[in-house]
Design a protein around this ligand. Structure first.
Ligand code: 2AL
Length: 165
């Protein structure tokens, strides 16, 4: 979808286009209601503004859509396609890293009671594993801040992808 089309779409359509970036209604509505945008950069800036901060409930809602690191999203929704592309580098990791990621995911879930989330695009499996291991040592408040930031990064990257010609 081009920026012009996004600017001209009716509100419901614009919100539907944004939803696969992150399922936070307030964020989608904010971006739809601040149209028109003069450039993609302007839209991306506004996306950051609307994401700062996400509330705890918004984070929980958004996390429910993210498959675990190392798990391929199924289906052909926009959201699943984006997730598979972000996690493409994890498709052929060696057994040792795959096993360590699975164990790390389980440990994170036990420690924080939610899915471990990281912006996977642009990161190697080793870097993701190292971050997972390091973040297990965080206190709750630090980790809450990191998760919100990772969600923001994923949403902004997806938005960029959706609106690139
Ligand atoms: C994901 C995902 O699906 N895409 C991404 O960047 N990170 N999942 C996750 N648990 O971090």
């Amino acid at each position: 979808m081009l920026l012009e089309q996004f600017n001209g779409a009716d509100r419901t359509e614009a919100i539907a286009r944004l939803r696969p970036c992150i399922d936070v209604t307030r964020w989608c509505e904010h971006l739809a209601d601040h149209r028109p945008y003069g450039s993609i950069d302007e839209l991306l800036r506004e996306a950051g503004v609307a994401a700062s901060p996400f509330t705890g409930d918004e984070v929980a809602q958004a996390l429910s859509h993210h498959p675990r690191i190392g798990e391929r999203a199924s289906g052909d929704s926009t959201e699943a396609t984006l997730s598979r592309s972000e996690q493409a580098g994890l498709g052929s990791v060696d057994d040792e890293i795959a096993q360590a990621l699975a164990e790390g995911n389980a440990a994170y879930d036990a420690r924080f009671g939610r899915v471990f989330l990281i912006r996977a695009a642009g990161r190697s499996p080793r870097e993701i594993l190292d971050q997972l291991t390091a973040r297990l040592g965080n206190d709750d408040a630090t980790e809450d801040g990191i998760v919100a930031e990772q969600l923001r990064e994923i949403a902004v990257l997806r938005l960029k992808g959706i609106l690139s010609p």
